[in-house]
Design a protein. Structure first.
Length: 293
């Protein structure tokens, strides 16, 4: 299946500054209400192997064919080779993607103050950007109404947290959510401050991990009925995720209305080559799950 870029746009946002949006589509068919729209966070990690799927709503199944491949490229973020030197790279990415409503669950008072004062700043409101700015723009441009019947979101690492947060806060909008190598572990404050210098994350912050898990547990209910996919590797930064993902798995398994899976890829690390082969597992799970609805 051949693809072409059908739109490149820079959106100027009051919530996050400007965002580059690239939309890919099949050359053979036009966008319609039966088109499956996949919103990617950290989209550069997916682009080299863009998937091709479409949703036939009338039959309730996925099949090979058309796609409107919505790829939100976060400025100077995503894979390491895309990062710029300077503060507005990985530090900004962390701040934008971090689920703001989890901050009230942080038990360490110093950490909670820093997150409330800086990470919850008005120019790091990524979820508001997606719902209040990106969605209306996309619907007008492509004459399509986005809803849980045709709209899903996939993210990697912090982008996975952003995808899950969007799904939890907007259950009528997102029908499926894919979370690869979800970064439950947070960042210690001193490591956050050194991210602009290219320093790597080497430890987890249990206060942040607990806050994120408690936020998910308090927000998830039987009202949330999307298809949920999680995965993780076992090496590098991904090796820190196991015990936290296990707690998340227990929470999700208690919600009977969810179509849910959590996979482990032995030997995979926190790097783009490992993620690029796993998107197929995400889409295959979506395909089977939608067919069984």
């Amino acid at each position: 299946m051949n693809f072409q870029i059908i739109r490149k746009e820079t959106l100027h946002s009051k919530n996050v500054g400007q965002k580059d949006v690239v939309v890919y589509a099949s050359k053979k068919k036009s966008v319609s209400q039966k088109t499956l729209v996949i919103l990617l966070h950290d989209g550069e990690n997916f682009v080299p192997s863009a998937p091709s799927l479409s949703l036939d709503i009338s039959q309730g199944q996925l099949e090979q064919g058309e796609i409107a491949f919505s790829n939100v490229l976060i400025v100077a973020l995503s894979s390491a080779k895309a990062l710029r030197k300077g503060f507005c790279s990985s530090s900004r990415r962390y701040s934008e993607y971090f689920p703001k409503k989890s901050i009230k669950f942080i038990k360490n008072p110093i950490t909670k103050f820093v997150y409330s004062s800086f990470i919850d700043a008005k120019y790091f409101q990524y979820s508001r950007f997606i719902v209040e700015e990106f969605k209306p723009w996309f619907e007008v441009q492509f004459q399509i109404t986005l809803s849980r019947r045709n709209f899903g979101t996939i993210g990697i690492s912090m982008g996975a947290l952003a995808a899950l947060d969007l799904s939890l806060q907007n259950p009528s909008l997102f029908g499926f959510t894919g979370c690869l190598s979800t970064h439950w572990t947070g960042i210690l404050l001193h490591q956050y401050l050194t991210l602009p210098l290219g320093k790597k994350i080497s430890r987890d912050d249990p206060y942040i991990a607990d806050a994120l898990i408690n936020y998910v547990g308090s927000t998830l209910s039987n009202e949330h009925r999307p298809i949920i996919y999680f995965d993780r590797g076992t090496e590098g930064l991904d090796a820190l995720y196991g015990r936290y993902q296990a707690r998340i798995d227990k929470i999700f398994k208690k919600t009977n209305s969810l179509n849910y899976v959590s996979k482990v890829f032995q030997g995979d690390s926190h790097h783009q080559p490992d993620w690029s082969h796993r998107y197929k597992a995400v889409l295959e799970f979506f395909k089977v799950s939608c067919s069984n609805r």
